[in-house]
Design a protein around this ligand. Structure first.
Ligand SMILES: [Zn+2]
Length: 361
């Protein structure tokens, strides 16, 4: 027998952690009901908890449970989708890199269409300010001066516009119109992480009742932190070459690169990273997305290695300082639009190279 009085105590202090702990049995019930004793069941629960915790400070406390329920459904659904794609791609397994690339491009073009559609749904004014800021790079103060407003007011407006754009974007990507009058308001409250508004709209209940909002809540809440336009990859060993290449690909896709250009850029990045591993042991590759004068990617590879005494010779075609593996610096130069090497014996080497995006057709 346990003292029964204890269980009637309000658990105010332990509220937060008890909420999270209380989610586990709930999730276990849902996962068991949906996938039975599937070997991935435990992973699904953990993945869901991780996502809920990541979104915790953007939702009001009362929404933890409904959000967990919708998230676990999404995790299960995306697991089935992945299995499905894998099964459909089985016949292409002789060249996995090619099918991965094709899938990436397909996703990229779907995302681009959805973004175009989402932009079209903003008001003219919202679109103008957003594009002037994000594409033309006008500072909030400049925009404020133009309309006799303050930089703070323009920044707040931009924040609201971005939240709205995210809502329209996930709707366009999904290809649906929300089923009720309340949906857009709920989605916007989630997208802008406005907890007071979420409460006013009783978003928690809505998420449980509305399948569309339940599905869309996740990309809105679980959004990655703003993607940086510059990525630095420390280079010390072979696996870092792959990381540098992947980082370059990701940024390049955002710049609009596709097909052969994408491959050339990624290869050039591999080569300069490989150079660091072979000759300098450690260094860094930084990859930057350029918007002006047009879209492009700038790559800077730095190391503190022995340096190159004869740069001209090192850049000659056919000059390979390491046994014919890879293309070396001359190869990287051919793959890029601009290429520069600064080096001195004992001072390390810096390779700067740029590839510009050219619209095809
Ligand atoms: Zn809804």
């Amino acid at each position: 027998m346990t003292p029964s009085a204890a269980s009637d105590e309000p658990q105010l202090e332990a509220q937060e952690s008890a909420d999270i702990a209380g989610l586990v049995p709930l999730l276990q019930r849902i996962v068991t009901a949906r996938v039975g004793q599937h070997p991935a069941a435990e992973d699904i629960i953990q993945e869901t908890l991780a996502r809920v915790l990541a979104a915790e400070d953007r939702i009001e406390p009362g929404m933890l449970e409904p959000y967990a329920i919708t998230t676990v459904r999404n995790v299960i659904a995306s697991m089935w989708r992945k299995d499905d794609v894998a099964a459909r791609n089985q016949h292409r397994m002789h060249d996995p890199s090619e099918s991965v690339e094709a899938a990436e491009l397909l996703v990229a073009s779907e995302e681009q269409l959805a973004m175009t559609e989402a932009l079209a749904r903003l008001t003219d004014r919202e679109r103008q300010v957003l594009l002037a800021h994000e594409v033309s790079g006008l500072a909030t103060q400049v925009l404020a001066d133009e309309v006799g407003s303050t930089a703070g007011a323009v920044a707040a407006q931009l924040k609201r516009t971005r939240a709205r754009l995210r809502v329209e974007y996930v709707l366009a990507l999904e290809g649906t119109e929300p089923p009720t009058d309340r949906c857009r308001a709920v989605l916007l409250a989630l997208s802008s992480a406005d907890r007071r508004r979420q409460r006013e709209l009783d978003s928690a209940r809505h998420l449980l009742e509305c399948d569309v909002c339940a599905r869309l809540s996740e990309p809105l809440l679980d959004r990655a932190p703003e993607r940086p336009d510059e990525v630095r990859v420390p280079i010390g060993a072979d696996p870092d070459i792959v990381s540098a290449r992947q980082a370059a690909r990701e940024l390049a896709v955002r710049a609009g690169f596709v097909g052969a250009d994408l491959t050339m850029l990624a290869t050039a990045v591999s080569e300069v990273a490989r150079n660091i591993v072979r000759f300098a042991e450690s260094g860094e590759v930084s990859i930057e997305l350029l918007a002006r004068p047009r879209a492009g990617i700038r790559v800077i590879a730095r190391d503190t290695g022995p340096g190159i005494s004869d740069i001209d010779r090192a850049l000659q075609d056919g000059f390979s300082t390491y046994d014919g593996l890879g293309l070396g610096l001359p190869g990287a130069r051919r793959l890029m639009d601009e290429f520069e090497v600064a080096s001195a014996p004992g001072k390390g080497t810096t390779v700067s190279m740029t590839k510009w995006f050219e619209k095809k057709g």
